[in-house]
Design a protein around this ligand. Sequence first.
Ligand SMILES: NC(=O)c1ccc[n+]([C@@H]2O[C@H](COP(=O)([O-])OP(=O)(O)OC[C@H]3O[C@@H](n4cnc5c(N)ncnc54)[C@H](O)[C@@H]3O)[C@@H](O)[C@H]2O)c1
Length: 325
Amino acid sequence: MIAAASALAAKTAALRPAAQRAAFSSSGAARAVSGRIAVIGGGQMGSGIAQVAATHKHDVTLVDVSQEALERGRGYMAKSLKRVAKKQFPEDAQAQGRFVDEVLGRVSLSTSPAAAVGDAGLVIEAVVENIKVKQELFAGLAAAAPEGAILASNTSSLPIARIAEPLSAERKRRFLGLHFFNPVPQMKLVEVVRTDAADQQAVDDAVAFVKGIGKVPAVCKDTPGFIVNRLLLPYMMEAIRLLERDVASAQDIDTAMKLGAGYPMGPFQLCDYVGLDTIKFIVDGWHKEGQGLVGDKLFAPSAKLDELVAKGHLGVKTGKGFYEY
Ligand SMILES: NC(=O)c1ccc[n+]([C@@H]2O[C@H](COP(=O)([O-])OP(=O)(O)OC[C@H]3O[C@@H](n4cnc5c(N)ncnc54)[C@H](O)[C@@H]3O)[C@@H](O)[C@H]2O)c1
């Protein structure tokens, strides 16, 4: 994967005009990490992370496998920034435009991970949820990034220490999980996940970075699901099992949890929002492959979930899941 991407190094596309770069330099901004922020993977999460970092005056390079994917990522950022700008400058169309251009002006686009991390103080990986792809990618990134750079993964379900396995002991000291939530511009929390090999300094630097981009860090150990998903997934699976046992309808379970427990969304609304394929992927992984959870009944397969996923009813993104959209 890295080799293929490196072959594209010559095509690095810093699409930002030079004049714009100078006009919107981020010098003077308080920062927890020095150097650029490189975000690898310009999908839903990566583009959100790049957008938020650039909004907080960091120079960012967003990397993906093709120009097309990068343009898609830039499209996500532009759309989201226009919404932010309308709220921030409700009566001033010119100020809205300036804000969007200024933030997008801080984000360079590149198809070369190696070139993008050359001057990075922090590298955040947000590519597909596949351990081999992530390990290969980080092996290449570690060879190209400055020595003191923090390398971080935004994985939801893979052990951070396993992703870092191919790296040197020195690199592992500054390798962390930085788990953002979807949609990144709106969600305040970032889990800062420390492995046993990580330095306290790296954790402190990551915490300072997270605070500096307007988010709230929660530091935790590298265990399955970290904090939020470790609690949310059993909750979602138990809700599905209540439905399977015909204890109540999805609507009534959602109503009960919203009005009885004060949750903003019921478990079925949440499942549909997250994506049923994602939920199945995570619980099946924990049930079959472990990380200490092999065979755990909380994560046992659910016939109802399996059936919906097999039919392609994955939730909001396909127009149908537990509800229709
Ligand atoms: N979607 C969520 O709700 C969510 C929440 C938290 C964390 N995550 C995690 O974030 C990561 C990304 O998820 P997403 O939803 O943004 O996925 P996505 O499919 O929207 O985006 C992934 C992007 O990575 C690119 N990519 C794949 N391999 C690459 C490589 N080798 N180099 C550069 N780019 C590459 C793809 O082209 C794509 O644009 C996953 O690890 C996922 O577990 C997702």
